[in-house]
Ligand binder design. Structure first.
Ligand code: UD1
Ligand code: CA
Length: 448
């Protein structure tokens, strides 16, 4: 049983943007709308550890901030010089010295690890291993450490640069995650040297050191998708694809219908209710919740938005941050919504921008309606009452209130509040001149 054993996790996240050709720290690159570090910390949180430490580089303020955002009680340690993965772990020595039963070491660039795998590693510690390595058999082993076994026993991990041709042919590789028994972890880590091609302190040498100390190291295997290490932008894209497959599967298992799952892009925190239908080619940014029976039609893009039960969105709709659609709302093609609450049953079916607004229940927002929310300096709100009717091609110049049941004539530019149940028309009156088309030039409209 691992339940009663205490567990500390150390996540390594120092530097590493160079091979990504990226200005920012590698672990801040996102997959499925969440940073790699955020994914790892979420897995650690779900695995139920008693504490988490993150090791950052000397310029790791942004990484530390992301860690604290993802997991408020995290402890940050700084690795002043990037001298290798074992050296990085030792930056968190105070945590190790606390003597947890289990110590997990996880790389910040291995974001797809699952909590249940961390639990399997801990179970192997509970069974008496001093060290547990997570192995896998990648399609392309380039860049990974190889697991060297003798008679079925793990005796060493050889980094690719240091490996002989025979060792390079080994299919079983190091996923990067390790679990240490707390009682011997420090003794092993402190004995690791840097006699290798890179002159780095390799965490992977923990295996050979443990063996010299007469301690048992064991391998647990998992599939490639879980331990993809991300060193390049191409590997970032592969991890994204793997995570998308996992998220689509989970959404369908929870009762959503994805008509063409491979064309739908989800975020790690996307929540789709039962019998939600998602048509092909829809993108869900972070922070989206869709309630039961809603339909998200093709080519829609949603970001930090809530879609109520039975609502219909799209095709070609854009829901931006702060959108809250109540039940049975219709948002149609080429409609953009931002920071707006649309109450039950209201409709905006065509070609509109609704920003910084509330739209009352049952209101109808006609084609081409624009809330003019920005005056070049500040944003202002538009309030549309229940059951109001906004005629097509109207501009609502905020701040402005349209009362319940009010009616706005098409093509109006509304700059002043309209009371409940009133009719407002704000546009030039049409004039018709008969028999003038032969004259040149024709008299201007509006002239005598
Ligand atoms: C590492 C493993 C390799 C394994 C692979 C799995 C070592 C020596 N090698 O190689 O066996 O197959 O991961 O993906 O461990 N880091 C620091 N400080 C450092 C060095 C690294 O914090 O001084 C962090 C990095 O930010 C990264 C992680 O440790 O998150 C792994 O480092 P990286 O350089 O990516 O190691 P790999 O060469 O991929
Ligand atoms: Ca790596």
């Amino acid at each position: 049983m691992t339940g009663k054993r205490s567990c500390l996790a150390i996540v390594l996240a120092a530097g590493g943007g160079t091979r990504m050709h990226s200005a920012r720290a590698k672990v801040l690159n996102a997959i499925a709308g969440r940073s790699m570090l955020g994914h790892v910390l979420e897995a650690v949180r779900k695995a139920g550890g008693n504490g988490v430490a993150v090791v950052v580089g000397p310029e790791g303020a942004a990484v530390a901030a992301e860690a604290e955002r993802a997991l408020p009680n995290v402890e940050i340690f700084v690795q002043a010089e990037r001298l290798g993965t074992a050296h990085a772990v030792l930056a968190a020595t105070p945590v190790i010295a606390r003597g947890p039963d289990d110590l997990l070491v996880i790389f910040g660039d291995t974001p797809l690890v699952r909590p249940q795998t961390l639990a399997r590693m801990r179970a192997a510690l509970a069974d008496g291993a001093a060290l547990v390595v997570l192995g896998f058999r990648p399609k392309d082993a380039t860049g990974y450490g190889r697991l060297v076994l003798e008679g079925g026993t793990l005796v060493a991990i050889r980094e690719e640069l240091d490996a002989s041709p025979a060792e390079r042919a080994i299919a079983l590789c190091n996923g990067g995650l390790m679990a240490f028994a707390g009682t011997t972890a420090l003794a092993i880590l402190e004995r690791i040297g840097n006699a290798n091609r890179k002159g780095e302190y390799y965490l992977t040498d923990a295996v050979a050191v443990a063996r010299d100390m007469g301690l048992a190291a064991v391998v647990i295997e998992t599939e490639e998708d879980e331990v993809r290490g991300i060193n390049t932008k191409a590997q970032l894209a592969e991890a994204e694809a793997a995570l998308q497959r996992r998220l689509r599967q989970a959404a369908m298992e929870a009762g959503a219908t994805l008509v063409a799952p491979e064309t739908v892009f989800l975020s790690a925190d996307t929540k789709l209710g039962r019998d939600v239908v998602v048509e092909p080619f829809v993108v869900f940014g972070p922070g989206v919740t869709v309630e039961d029976d809603a339909v998200i039609r093709s080519f829609s893009h949603l970001d930090r938005a809530h879609v109520g039960r039975g609502a219909q969105v799209g095709p070609y709709a854009r829901l931006r941050p702060g959108t809250r659609l109540h039940d049975d709302v219709h948002i149609g093609n080429f409609v953009e919504v931002k920071e707006a609450v649309i109450e039950a049953g209201a409709k905006a079916n065509h070609l509109s921008y609704i920003g910084d607004a509330t739209v009352g229940a049952g209101a109808n927002v006609g084609a081409g309606t624009i809330t003019c929310n920005y005056d070049g300096v500040a944003k202002h709100r538009t309030e549309i009452g229940k059951g109001a009717f906004i005629g097509s091609n109207s501009a609502l110049v905020a701040p402005v209130k349209i009362g319940d049941g009010a009616y706005i004539g098409s093509g109006s530019v509304i700059t002043a509040d309209v009371p409940a149940d009133a009719l407002a028309v704000a546009r030039a009156r049409q004039s018709v001149k008969r028999g003038t088309l032969g004259a040149f030039p024709p008299p201007l409209a509006g002239e005598g």
